[in-house]
Design a protein around this ligand. Structure first.
Ligand code: C2E
Ligand code: MG
Ligand code: MG
Length: 745
């Protein structure tokens, strides 16, 4: 029973008691109310010293009231207990006054509480006794008054403690509310999504703005993580969340989310335990899509070819390395194909780089379409590709190579031209212990062999190919000393006027007499000289030597002779070439119009430097011839814009190797008549048979060269050849031109 309840029951039970006593009891009740209001003020934050002062005043006032109302003998037990209680309350208030709530709590629990119980107990006993005795009435009232006082004091103290606590709590609450408000505005302003997770995956708090997560989440306001995250992301999260719950550490995951429109979003989730309640987990989700896409883009760029999107050399290297390691254990064969486009340079140079790029992209697609998705297609650079086949033996790879060759060879439309690309493929399968470098090198050698033996085909690596390649390397090394050691010489092949059968001039053709390997034809070393840059020095020597020989040969003849010199694309790009040519002319005394410079189609088109240089050479008065015409993709119209005066029709169109007879004739006819309409002279290469000559004459071709008349000969025999050719005309009286063919030097 509460103390006030005891008091009221006593009053009700003794309604015959004096008005004075009753009014005292009422006053006590009023006091309780006033204390109550004071307590409320304390709870509202009134300083504790004011509360203490009030307590002391109340004790004094109520004691005096008690004395006034008293009259009976004091109860010593109750007095002592009351005293103990009052002291305890004082100490407690003192502790509160220095903000030592902990000590106040302790005093309340160990001293105030027990003393209060004691007082209540005594008071109740006394009030019960009072009901039985009329004299006890006074005593009861006294006890009740004390009890009421003490209870009020005790209650006050407790209330004060609570009030102060509550004041602290209020402050905390206020602080919390303030920081909460700040946090809330931070959370609302932030693009991160904050989820507080309780139990398995129940979301107890979800930040109000879901930001970009909304785009990817089917249930933004969902009460469970499984609503927020799609199944796979959810599984990942659950594992991390379980670890977080067991180790309490910080956990980080990255999830990939897909929007309904197909967009991909990358989110980073950071999880930690809630400090105030470690059963709950805070997961903060951040949209890292932009950063991630940039990272992916950068790593893609680092490992892929920007033009074709195929893997680059470094990625291929890694994959081959990895495949070889795996095959050590699995014994699955690892095979590499090296695919190199045939005559790509010609296409690139004649149709322009953008057409070349288009072709490379088309070829990449076709190679990718020929292989399995698990195979790695890589562009090694230029027109060279590699395909890594994991788990494919040589036989399978050869079938695949044939499929690539077939698919690549389909027509490609480039800039309104139809191109039929061709690719040469080398196949190499790793043996036990083969390294990445060896495997790629072997496939490369096989590819070169495929090129050498006719292009547009595949070759499987054989050990002896290694020797061929080393032979090529050796040749490159030997070339370095060839010029200084005078191992080169020029041979001269006459060019004949088809109308009257007279010799118009010669083409200078280089020969290399290797000290140990014997004579090496230009087809076998010019490309090495070009690749190593040695062609510049060799070309200079050829120009000087050819001009000098031309003047010497002319000196022995009455009619002028032209001298044709082959100019490599490298020379045409070299700024020093103009001076080299000028010097060669000056030193020899040859007239510029008697020197013909032969360039290939591919060397000048879409190359402004080369075209400019060509104009400079032409401005010097030198006629320019396009060599091997018909093998590139140059249009005659384009040639018209260049300072070109002669078209040398490639041997393959004369011999008929390249086309069906009908097509070939149509081609020759078209070239010759077009050239005529553009005021260009035509010269046919490689005439070997009278039939070919007759045909060319019929179409109106101007000049020709070939074994039919003479192979290239040393300078010492050149004029003899001329005499023989021209003598044939005289002896046959133009009826038939059948000199005895000889073997080319
Ligand atoms: P090219 O300029 O087209 O020279 C014609 C080639 O055809 C020469 O081969 C010549 O010997 C050969 N030929 C001539 N008539 C006939 C024939 O009736 N039948 C056959 N089957 N062949 C014939 P060669 O001398 O082996 O030269 C090959 C190529 O090497 C030349 O082709 C030219 O592109 C290049 N070359 C030769 N000398 C030089 C040079 O001094 N500098 C540069 N840059 N290239 C050169
Ligand atoms: Mg030539
Ligand atoms: Mg030629």
């Amino acid at each position: 029973m509460s103390l006030v309840g005891v008091l009221l029951s006593v009053l009700q039970a003794n309604d015959d008691r004096s008005h004075e006593r009753a009014s005292y009891a009422l006053k006590t009740l009023v006091a309780v109310r006033s204390v109550d209001s004071v307590q409320l003020r304390v709870a509202a934050g009134e300083p504790v010293d004011e509360v203490s002062a009030w307590f002391e005043a109340t004790v004094v006032e109520l004691e005096s009231r008690l004395t006034m109302a008293d009259g009976g003998a004091p109860n010593p037990g109750l007095e002592i207990e009351a005293d103990t209680y009052v002291h305890a309350v004082r100490d407690m208030l003192a502790a509160i006054s220095v903000d030592d709530i902990e000590l106040a709590d302790e005093i309340n629990e160990t001293r105030v509480g027990p003393a209060f119980e004691q007082v209540i107990q005594l008071a109740t006993t006394v009030s019960e006794d009072a009901e039985a005795s009329a004299q006890a009435g006074e005593e009861t009232l006294r006890v009740l008054t004390w009890a009421s006082l003490l209870s009020l004091a005790g209650g006050l103290a407790i209330m004060t403690t609570l009030a102060l606590r509550s004041r602290d709590r209020q402050r905390e609450e206020l602080d919390r509310w303030e920081s909460g408000r700040r946090i809330r505005s931070l959370v609302e302003g932030s693009r991160d999504v904050i989820t507080l997770v309780a139990g398995q995956d129940a979301i107890s708090v979800l930040s109000p703005t879901l930001g970009s997560l909304e785009r990817f989440s089917s249930a933004p306001a969902g009460a469970f993580m499984s609503d927020l995250l799609p199944p796979e992301a959810f599984r990942l999260w659950r594992t991390a969340d379980a670890e977080l719950q067991s180790d309490g550490g910080h956990h980080e995951i990255e999830v990939i989310l897909k929007a309904t429109d197909g967009a991909t979003g990358y989110f980073e989730g950071h999880g930690s335990l809630l400090v105030s309640d470690p059963t709950q987990r805070v997961w903060v989700w951040r949209d890292v899509t932009t950063r991630k896409e940039l990272e992916l883009e950068l790593s893609h760029q680092a490992f892929h070819d920007s033009l074709t999107g195929a893997a680059n050399r470094s990625l291929l290297h890694d994959r081959v390395e990895h495949a070889l390691r795996l095959s050590d254990r699995s014994n699955k064969p690892v095979t590499v194909l090296i695919c190199d486009l045939d005559d790509f340079k010609t296409i690139n140079d004649s149709l322009g780089h953008s057409c070349g790029d288009e072709l490379l992209k088309t070829v990449t697609r076709r190679i990718c379409d020929s292989v399995r998705a698990s195979d790695t297609v890589s562009r090694l650079g230029g027109d060279e590709f590699a395909v890594l086949l994991e788990d494919a033996d040589t036989n399978t790879a050869v079938v695949l190579a044939e499929r690539i060759i077939e698919l690549v060879s389909h027509e490609v439309d480039l800039d309104d031209r139809k191109i039929f690309p061709s690719v040469s493929i080398g196949v190499a399968t790793a043996l036990a212990g083969t390294t990445t470098e060896e495997l790629l090198r072997n496939a490369d050698m096989a590819m070169y062999e495929a090129k050498r033996s006719g292009k547009g085909r595949s070759e499987v690596y054989q050990d002896q190919m290694h020797e061929v390649t080393s032979g090529v390397l050796q040749l490159g090394a030997d070339l370095k000393t060839a010029l200084a050691e005078q191992q080169f010489s020029l041979y001269f092949q006459p060019t004949v006027n088809l109308t009257d059968g007279t010799v118009e001039g010669f083409e200078a053709l280089i020969r290399w007499d290797h000290p140990t390997k014997g004579r090496i034809p230009p087809d076998q070393f010019i490309h090495i000289a070009e690749a190593t840059g040695m062609i510049i020095g060799i070309g200079r020597w050829v120009l000087q030597e050819a001009c000098r020989a031309a003047v010497e040969l002319q000196g022995q003849r009455s009619s002028p002779l032209y001298m044709s010199v082959n100019l490599s694309p490298h020379q045409l790009r070299d700024p020093a070439t103009i001076d080299t040519v000028r010097q060669a002319l000056e030193e020899s005394g040859l007239q510029p119009e008697q020197l013909i410079l032969e360039i290939t189609e591919g060397s000048l088109l879409d190359n402004t430097t080369a075209v400019e240089r060509l104009h400079e050479l032409s401005d010097m008065g030198i006629p320019i011839a396009i060599d091997d015409f018909g093998t590139g993709y140059t249009s005659i119209n384009y040639l018209q814009s260049l300072p070109v005066s002669i078209l040398k029709i490639d041997r393959s169109f004369v011999s008929g190797d390249a086309l069906e007879p009908d097509e070939r004739q149509a081609f020759l006819n078209a070239i010759v008549s077009l050239a005529k309409s553009l005021n260009l002279k035509t010269m046919a290469e490689g005439i070997e048979e009278p039939r070919q000559l007759d045909e060319l004459k019929k179409f109106g071709c101007d000049t020709g060269q070939g074994y039919f008349w003479s192979p290239a000969t040393p300078q010492s025999e050149a004029l003899t050849a001329v005499d023989r050719i021209e003598a044939q005309i005289v002896s046959t009286n133009h009826a038939s031109l059948r000199p005895t063919p000889t073997i080319d030097g």
